[in-house]
Design a protein around this ligand. Structure first.
Ligand code: HT7
Ligand code: ZN
Length: 852
């Protein structure tokens, strides 16, 4: 295995002043001609010119200033032109290759999706289009000519020429090759126009397949909201005359921020009330914004090398989170983000795939588009902002944009703008970027009553467990937001951020009356695991009185976890959770979306993770049974209240995806989920038949399947939506996620036999395999059927699309936490994959890190 190391970075020895490309499109034999206008970075230093290449490039010809280079040196997939053959002045290197988009099932480079040509070049896909310095620090303006009879021909930048069979585009903003894009097909458009704060008129287009245009409106509205928000909050304007978005059915990830030509997975563009859920709408709005925000954080300022991926991704996730919390409910958004972080990133940080936010070694960069780089990368920025304050954060960002516009930057550059703005030394803070693992934070309270007022000391200890390749972790800066609540429920000390820098550190609050209850880690001020001595009565008190919505939700969560852990380990569960949750559900002053979050029990995976963190071996079947049992207890104890809520939260009138009505539906669905445990699914059956939107229809369907009554509803959904790929993805997925654990793998196997299981389509594959992975007790079935089914399909997928196989292999990343029999079965599945002949670099790196 060839690993890349951060420490080996060297600037590219040539500067690229212009990239000219010409495409003659044909499905089986596309010709790509390039002219690279290069000059030596240092004319006195003779250096070889190395161009990256990929499998599938057929070299037709290469010339330097018009003179052919008949037999250029090949080093693996690279082309090398010896220093001795290069002039010490500017020169033009021309190249012609042929590629086969139709054979490209990896969806990396130029490929075909339903007859449409499209590209995906991040991270290293451009080298599958032509020989090129395919690294993010080589930036150039692009001039692109596309020849094809297809009606729509798009590339980056502004259109400069259009005639029959030909389109020419010019992108004046220097960019790395990973931001290149081309789309050609038979597409229809919905258009709008946006005028920027400084008066630039921008044509906005969302391109979709004919027939899909009625479902593209929400994406367009979201784009306009994002453009306005970025002007108002970050002072960032759009910089071209046109902004194009294209929806594609075959796409490896969610979306891609190519300059001026964002390409999206169609599931993140297309939405109608009949086909998309509230969660789909919220995600579309967030991802449209995320890709748009990359125009400044990623495109105008890009990454020096791929080790710096968090520079653009962490910051852009942080920005899209701010956007959603500004447009919707900030507390609800924060809770959702923390839930996702714990479910995906904590899990990664605690297993064999743990890595720093800025890794310093990789074999395959596509394996590092992870929750750690994205979501923990965003958390680190949130901590930085909390530490320096909002005003200094805004000044630092202004400086970042001024200082680094047009550059390929590093995490050191990023931290320096904060140091220069605030005068702070961020050397210790940098450990959040360089050290993997989730810190454990233990809090102890010492109360001293006194005649002149009591004194409360909070004593904290931090410790980060070892992660692969990193045994010892020095202490980090941890911002700990704390508030104090008096015995009558009033806040006696508002939120204060304690700045912990030592392995052990105390903070004292003086002049207190009676002993207060501590509300700790408000707003989840740092991505740590907090432990403290606290009983269920105090948790219930915080659930009732905490003024910080996150801490309030967390108290309810901890109550539920405490009951579930007791039950999963065969101990009697306390009734505090059942009682407290009823009070909260009845609290009409609270936002319905917040109440819905509080009513939703922790998932089985979360319970397993908590057990494992406490040194226990989780039993997936016992966890499943305990969770079902607690849900039934809550439903029985509050049947009348839940039933009233279910009726009262119905949203009359036309569907709207806005946060208000979506929150009411969320609460209604949470009530339904509990009630289904005691009404056998009767309400769900009625709702499935009458719901006017996909949110309620899917919720009802999931409840029916869980009660073993899903067949008629599944048939009805299939009959109505057989032609809608996105709805059929849901149809595949829900049957496996909601399946009884002991039958989940068998159900998945049957579904995989269906002719409409179009497994090469990443969405369909994810729907089925991801659905099984999301069924915790089903994936970890004691007979190993979940592991075997998954391994069989990952091996098959690897030959077609290594990125998808490698990403989905993370289903196995928690294997070390289970019992010996399950560990043996999971390891056998991993070893079987590792031994596969012709395994890709992507999957090989993942399984070998998991086995190590
Ligand atoms: N920056 C984009 C990442 C991405 C990607 C990475 C690897 C392979 C395929 C990919 N498609 C998109 C998306 C983003 O984070 O905004
Ligand atoms: Zn991104």
């Amino acid at each position: 295995p060839i690993a890349q190391y951060l420490a080996d970075y060297r600037p590219y020895p040539f500067l690229l002043d212009l990239t000219e490309l010409r495409f003659d499109l044909a499905p089986r034999g596309t010709r790509v001609q390039s002219a690279l206008h290069l000059r030596p970075r240092d004319p006195a230093a003779a250096e070889d010119l190395v161009l990256d290449g990929g499998a599938g490039l057929r070299l037709i010809g290469l010339a330097l200033d018009g003179t052919a280079i008949p037999a250029p040196r090949r080093e693996g997939e690279r082309l090398v032109i010896a220093a001795a053959d290069l002039p010490a002045r500017p020169f033009v290197l021309s190249c012609e290759v042929e590629i086969d988009p139709d054979a490209n099932t990896a969806f990396e480079g130029l490929y075909l999706s339903g007859g449409m040509f499209c590209t995906q070049c991040e991270a290293e896909g451009f080298r599958h289009i032509t020989f090129y310095p395919d690294r993010p620090d080589v930036m150039a303006p692009f001039r692109v000519t596309i020849r094809s009879d297809l009606p729509v021909l798009l590339s980056n930048g502004n259109p400069v020429r259009r005639e029959a069979g030909l389109a020419e585009w010019h992108d004046p903003w220097p960019k790395p090759a990973y931001l290149f894009a081309l789309v050609a097909g038979d597409l229809v458009v919905i258009s709008d126009r946006y005028t920027t704060a400084s008066g630039r008129a921008v044509d906005l287009n969302v391109w979709v397949r004919p027939g899909d245009q009625d479902r593209a409106g929400y994406a367009m509205e979201s784009l306009v909201r994002a453009m306005r928000w970025d002007e108002e909050v970050y002072g960032r304007e759009y910089d071209l005359d046109v902004f194009n978005i294209v929806a594609v059915d075959d796409f490896n990830m969610g979306a891609m921020e190519n300059k001026g030509l964002n390409i999206f997975n169609s599931k993140l563009v297309l939405a109608s009330p009949e086909t998309a859920t509230d969660a789909d709408y919220e995600r579309i709005e967030a991802v449209i914004a995320h890709e748009y925000f990359h125009n400044w954080t990623g495109n105008r300022i890009t990454c020096r090398d791929w080790f710096q991926l968090c520079l653009k991704e962490g910051l852009t996730v942080f920005r899209d989170q701010q956007f959603t919390s500004d447009l919707r409910s900030a507390p609800v958004k924060r809770i959702e983000d923390v839930r996702a972080l714990r479910a995906r990133q904590f899990r990664e940080d605690q297993g064999p795939l743990a890595h720093p936010v800025r890794p310093d070694r990789y074999e395959e960069i596509n394996n590092f588009y992870t929750a750690t780089v994205y979501e923990k990368g965003a958390e680190v920025i949130g901590m930085l902002r909390r530490l320096v304050g909002d005003a200094a954060y805004a000044r630092a960002l202004d400086l970042y944009f001024d200082r680094h516009d047009g550059e390929a930057a590093t995490i050191e550059d990023w931290l320096r703008v904060f140091e220069d703005t605030t005068g702070r030394d961020l050397a210790q803070f940098k450990r959040w970027y360089t050290d993997a693992g989730t810190p454990h934070l233990e809090m102890t309270e010492i109360w001293e009553a006194g005649s002149d007022g009591g004194r409360l000391t909070l004593d904290f200890r931090q410790h980060t467990p070892p992660t692969p390749g990193q045994d010892d972790k020095p202490p980090r800066v941890i911002p700990i937001a704390v508030g104090l609540i008096g015995p009558n429920g009033d806040e006696v000390a508002g939120t204060r951020t304690l700045e912990m820098t030592e392995a052990r550190q105390s903070f004292t609050f003086e002049g207190l009356g009676a002993r207060p209850v501590v509300s700790a880690l408000r707003g989840f001020s740092a991505p740590v695991i907090l432990s403290r001595q606290i009983d269920d009565a105090t948790r219930a008190f915080l659930l009732a009185h905490d003024t910080d919505p996150f801490a309030r939700w967390e108290a309810g969560r901890d109550l539920a976890i405490s009951a579930l852990l007791a039950a999963a380990q065969g101990r009697a569960a306390a009734g505090d959770h059942v009682e407290a949750i009823g009070r909260l559900a009845a609290d009409e002053a609270a936002d319905p979306a917040f109440r819905a979050l509080c009513l939703t029990l922790p998932g089985e995976e979360e319970i397993a993770a908590r057990l494992a963190a406490g040194g226990a071996v989780p039993d997936p079947d016992a966890i499943h049974a305990a969770r079902e049992d607690l849900a039934r207890q809550v439903a029985e104890a509050h049947a009348a209240l839940l039933s009233d809520l279910y009726d009262a939260m119905a949203v009359p009138g036309a569907y709207s995806p806005d946060a208000g009505p979506a929150g009411r539906r969320a609460l209604r669905i949470a009530a339904l989920g509990l009630l289904t445990r005691i009404d056998g699914g009767d309400r769900a059956e009625v709702l499935f038949g009458t719901a006017g939107n996909m949110t309620e229809r899917m919720a009802a369907l999931s409840c029916l399947i869980r009660r073993g009554r899903g067949q008629a509803a599944l048939a009805a959904l299939r009959d109505r939506f057989a032609d809608n790929r996105l709805v059929m993805d849901k149809w595949f997925s829900v049957q496996v996620t909601a399946a009884p654990p002991d039958r989940a793998a068998a159900i998945a196997r049957d579904l995989a036999e269906r002719p409409d299981f179009d497994w090469k389509n990443p969405n369909r594959f994810r729907a089925l395999l991801g659905g099984l992975a999301a069924n915790h007790a089903g994936f970890h079935a004691a007979d190993g059927a979940g592991y075997d089914f998954t391994a069989d399909w990952l091996m098959r997928m690897d030959a077609a699309n290594p990125q998808i196989a490698a990403r989905m292999s993370t289903a196995f990343e928690t294997w070390p936490r289970y019992d010996a029999a399950r560990r043996g079965l999971a390891q056998a599945a991993l070893r079987r994959m590792a031994a596969m002949e012709g395994i890709s670099r992507n999957l090989r790196e993942m399984v070998s890190r998991m086995i190590a």
